[in-house]
Design a protein around this ligand. Structure first.
Ligand SMILES: C[S@@+](CC[C@H](N)C(=O)[O-])C[C@H]1O[C@@H](n2cnc3c(N)ncnc32)[C@H](O)[C@@H]1O
Length: 252
């Protein structure tokens, strides 16, 4: 049985999937991955440097371009997503670009896979922000093989503390307490995100046998142009991380 936020987010992503077709196509076409709202090249961010091939799962794959990048690098990806509409876009791109991998309609908080099925797990703004970290992180740890890595990326903790309530502006003042940060309900979109403090995240990692290998704070390049996402102006992003990526490893 899915939680209320999983049902709300499924409806939200089914409703908005059409907005992500063109960005998804650009990313599928890109041989050189870029990350985040400022399109920082993989050569600077280095998230795929942790990828050593093998069975891979993308948690909240959306249009599944990250899985496509992993397939091109010799991985055997499976994309999991809660939205049938997003997966339909991903399946269309598989036709268009001429290669396929399994796409599974499911909830990253209750994965339909056996324990220790994957060598690598990844989430770029998928489960990373749309799932309850107390549920999806133990699930990711469960399906990883000993020694397997999870890489996930989303909004930075600092951005979450400084952004306005309507997510349209970010200033140089804290807008809300850090203690207790967790679930964020968007009353207009009827969607739900989750953001934990670094300390709370590290506690969850420890509770499910994950240890931190790195925390990457993304910084726009010198020639970056203003993002189409209004909340994170370039001037802010040059001074503080708008986005961050954790790299964690399962013991073994
Ligand atoms: C920003 S999008 C996907 C990111 C992907 N990198 C892309 O841009 O296509 C977030 C995705 O997370 C998915 N998602 C939200 N909640 C989920 C859940 N409980 N389980 C699996 N996927 C979920 C949504 O359906 C949506 O496709």
């Amino acid at each position: 049985m899915s939680s209320d936020h999983v049902r709300a987010n499924r409806a939200y992503w089914d409703r908005t999937a059409a907005d992500w077709v063109e960005p998804g196509r650009r990313n599928w076409a890109d041989e050189q991955p870029t990350w985040g709202i400022y399109g920082i090249p993989e050569s600077e961010v280095g998230l795929l440097a942790w990828f050593e091939g093998g069975e891979t799962v993308e948690l909240g794959c959306g249009t599944a371009y990250v899985s496509a990048w992993l397939a091109r690098r010799g991985g055997r990806p499976v994309g999991v997503d809660n939205s049938a509409a997003q997966l339909a876009t991903a399946a269309g791109f598989q036709e268009e670009f001429g290669f396929r991998f399994p796409l599974v309609h499911g909830d990253a908080e209750q994965l339909p896979f056996n324990d220790e099925s994957f060598d690598f797990a990844i989430s770029e703004y998928g489960a990373a922000i749309w799932c309850d970290p107390y549920r999806w992180l133990p699930e990711a740890a469960r399906v990883l093989r000993p020694g397997g890595r999870l890489v996930f990326m989303g909004n930075s903790m600092l951005l979450t503390l400084c952004v306005s309530d309507d997510y349209t502006r970010v200033g140089d003042r804290l807008q809300r307490p850090q203690f207790g940060m967790y679930r964020v309900d968007d009353q207009d979109d009827h969607s739900v995100e989750f953001h934990l403090s670094h300390g709370d995240l590290i506690s969850v990692f420890r509770s499910c046998g994950l240890s931190v290998e790195d925390l990457v704070e993304l910084r726009p390049q010198a020639d970056a142009v203003e993002s189409r996402f209004p909340f994170a102006e370039l001037d802010w992003a040059r001074q503080w991380p708008v986005e961050e990526a954790w790299i964690v490893r399962k013991a073994g």
